[in-house]
Design a protein around this ligand. Structure first.
Ligand SMILES: [Zn+2]
Ligand SMILES: [Zn+2]
Length: 510
């Protein structure tokens, strides 16, 4: 009870201080009405009255960095919409827009498949070197773990995938893929560009990640030692290979990508949302995905006693359809689909020795997913037995083709939503429906709280309306600066608000 009284009085002090800080920040910041999101609507490349000199290779790094520092200064001790506006303002500077597009185009022209992203990785490292951002390389063969901030906890991560697909690009444009049969048809080139863009913004605002806790909570207690003193906050930027192949995330985790990281966020382009509109949802977002391959054999090789693998396989395929339609909750979407069946022989008058078939399964919860795995195996083995055959079911567990469902942590989702609404306005944030697609970001979400969100690239005038993995897939590049700003705002705001929580925790422990 005493502790409770103490806590509440501390919280009162903090509330007053936060309110005061907010008032001061609001007074010094640029005048802005609550519903004025005109910055979002304005053309991304319109000349700004604060435009800085175009990038000159002969100018020093220092000069370039100075030009990245925001002109309007809000200290962002307590997060406000002005902080988001400032981040977006940096992202939308004409030089930065030009640069982020050029990074994306360079990667688009040179698509590399899973674990072959050597040149993509080199492009990223070159940009990080220029920004003087430190990183660890390699992780998972071509992956990079970059770091902006104090190098001290708390650590928050933002992630982009780097790999392309074995698809021949059918879009004719200046920066079309130069690698025959390979294409960035899932927008991972844009993901990389937006994360590098976020790195640039965060570096320009690195001082915001270095605020001492004692300056946040300005009261006599701040003089004490312990969790209130010292510098806090690091953003980890993960450039991950092999999302499409399915084991990039797993390998990144195994090689230390999430060391000390307490929360992680990732963004994917969406052809269903208009350009630069951000969308997400709490809970299940993308399905867990797996594959299975079955071999059914006659039992003892004796033609008089052995079963008929064709009949057994046919019965098994029919019975598999009953798992979802008869056993699962119709409100809990699941899929079991057989996609191939082969006896390997074309004799019309001989019973084959073996039959193979296989397919895919999808579910939106770990429980349903694991239940599906169990029931698929049970049904196949039992049906084989009915027809005097034996069966083996392989779920390719060793080759990492099972993706868990992507379930957004509610707290992390709300953080994304709040950050996005501040950045692009409430009308440009959408709660989206879950999709049956899968994404290996779910491996991270199994380890730490995570949220996955979308950024729209749909522009009917441009023709960027095709779904990912289509050879006609293309994006509206005007989403890129907003995506970079979203990454940066989400990461910086996470640390900003976490810092206050740490302070409060510290006070509670006193
Ligand atoms: Zn894809
Ligand atoms: Zn993708």
């Amino acid at each position: 009870m005493t502790i409770l009284v103490k806590k509440s009085s501390f919280l009162q002090i903090i509330s007053i201080i936060l309110a005061l800080s907010f008032t001061i920040t609001a007074k010094t910041a640029r005048k802005s009405t609550d519903h004025d999101f005109s910055y979002f609507e304005s053309p991304f490349e319109s000349p700004s009255k604060h435009a800085f000199k175009s990038r000159n290779h002969s100018s020093s790094n220092l000069e370039q960095k100075k030009s990245l520092v925001p002109i309007f200064g809000t200290e962002c001790r307590v997060w406000s919409r002005e902080c988001s506006e400032e981040i977006l303002r940096i992202a939308k500077k004409p030089e930065n827009v030009k640069w982020i597009k050029s990074v994306r185009r360079k990667i688009h022209e040179n698509p590399e498949l899973a674990f072959e992203e050597h040149e993509t990785s080199e492009v990223i490292r070159k940009e990080l070197d220029e920004l003087e951002i430190s990183y660890r390389f390699p992780l998972a063969k071509t992956g990079i773990r970059a770091m902006v901030g104090t190098g001290k906890p708390p650590f928050v991560a933002i992630r982009a995938d780097m790999d392309a697909l074995p698809i021949q690009e059918a879009v004719e444009w200046e920066h079309k893929s130069k690698n025959a049969g390979k294409m960035h048809a899932c927008g991972h080139d844009a993901h990389v560009a937006m994360l590098v863009g976020a790195a640039r913004i965060l570096k320009a605002r690195e001082n915001h990640l270095k605020i001492k806790c004692s300056t946040v909570v300005e009261n006599p207690i701040s003089e004490r030692q312990g969790p209130l003193s010292g510098q806090f906050g690091t953003v980890i930027l993960l450039f991950q290979p092999a999302e499409e192949a399915g084991n990039g995330a797993k390998r990144m985790i195994k090689e230390g990508a999430l060391e000390d990281v307490e929360a992680i966020f990732a963004m994917h382009i969406s052809h269903l949302l208009p350009t630069a509109v951000i969308g997400s949802r709490s809970g299940p977002l993308l399905a867990g995905c797996g594959f299975f391959k079955v071999v059914i054999m006659g039992l003892d090789g004796n033609p008089h006693h052995s079963g008929d693998p064709i009949l057994a396989a046919s019965a098994a395929v029919i019975s598999l359809q009953g798992i979802v339609s008869r056993e699962s909750n119709p409100l809990d979407s699941q899929v079991v689909s057989v996609t191939f069946l082969n006896s390997g022989e074309d004799d019309l008058d001989v019973k084959p020795k073996r039959v193979e078939f296989g397919g895919t399964l999808r579910a939106f919860s770990n429980t349903s997913f694991h239940l599906l795995l169990k029931r698929i195996e049970e049904v196949i083995i039992a049906q084989a037995k009915v027809y005097k055959c034996s069966a083996t079911v392989d779920f390719f567990k060793n080759s990492d083709t099972i993706y868990p469902p992507m379930i957004n942590d509610d707290r992390m989702y709300r953080h994304v939503r709040n950050s996005a609404v501040d950045l692009v306005g409430p009308t440009n944030f959408r709660v989206v429906q879950p999709l049956m697609g899968a994404e290996d970001f779910s491996f991270y979400s199994e380890v730490i709280p995570a949220a996955f969100f979308y950024i729209g690239i749909k522009n009917e005038t441009l023709g960027s309306v095709h779904s990912p993995h289509s050879p006609r897939f293309m994006i509206d590049e005007n989403a890129l600066p907003v995506g970079a700003a979203a990454h940066a705002a989400i990461a910086e705001r996470y640390l900003n608000e976490r810092e206050i929580n740490i302070s409060i925790d510290g006070l509670r422990r006193e």
